[in-house]
Design a protein. Sequence first.
Length: 368
Amino acid sequence: MKIKLENNKVFFDNNGSKKEIHPFWLRERVNGESFLDKVTQQRLFDPTELKKNIEIKDLKLSDEFLEVLFDDGAKTKLAIQNIFKEFSNINDVKFIEKIKWDSSLKNYNNYEFDEKMFEQKKMYEALVNFYQFGFVIFKKVPTKNNFLIEFANSIGSVRRTNFGEFFNVKSIPNPNDLAYTSLPLAPHTDNPYRNPVPCIQILHCIENEVKGGYSTLVDGYTVTEKLKKDHPDLYKILTEIKVRYQFIDKDVYLENWAEMIELDDEGNFKQVRFSPRLDFVPLMDKDKLELYYSARNKISELYNSDKFKIQFKLSPGDLLMMDNHRLLHGRTEYNANEGNRFLQGCYIDYDSTEGKLKHLKKKFNYEL
């Protein structure tokens, strides 16, 4: 990518494809104390009040900066890399490459917690690790006074649901969800019946005295790519058909229609929804239904295969943060009579982790 100047015009050249950059686009981006608030970087002017036919009077180009003088007297000095970044239309987080993994994953990173880490390089490294693998574990997180909420709010903002600001995961009488029993939970994603689905789940282990109750994780990204390669017809129908996900409680009825495998605008992996106790496939032609059921069975087989899952036991003070759009999670059965198994959970969304990551990137002058 290159910036070129011709007759007081600015061109963006991407591998021989040259396009003029509109003068107004550049004028909107003027910087300096007269035009931008120093702290918030919000404009101190309303671009809709500028004249429409802005023209460029003078240009200077160096390896790092583009200097522009406009006919209304405004001057600006724009970093070339910032212009490239805007034309790429990709945010910082998308530059972090997803690392596919399966049951062979052994040495995943744990980060020992300290109360100052939210503004330290260690948190930046932990968040990069989270986006690479879809999860990260923090050790020795305080287990008193619902510290989970303080942890989550130090990254972003807790997303409240009908389960509350946070929820307690332990075996209870008359539960409204199988999570609140000692039964095994097959790999699944949380809350597919919501729109939008909570992006990130945080689970904090408070007590764990039982022999079973091992946490299970599966990389949905790895599995869907495997399905795409080996069974493209099954993969295709799971990306096309919207199914109904439903949750009913005494005072709430939640429903969402969505694909089991959701792709982004470029056809790449975006999100998985998998909770076969909660999905309802729409009525279709018999042959199409046969194909869909085959696809759902196959991906369920892969999600539950020992080849793709990792299992570990959370200890008191362990805090697991996982991408609910990418990973499936579950647990093995345990005997509640052996002692307490008590976790606290909550949800946050991507704007929390992305915002924190960008803040720390700027603070430490990191490049993703």
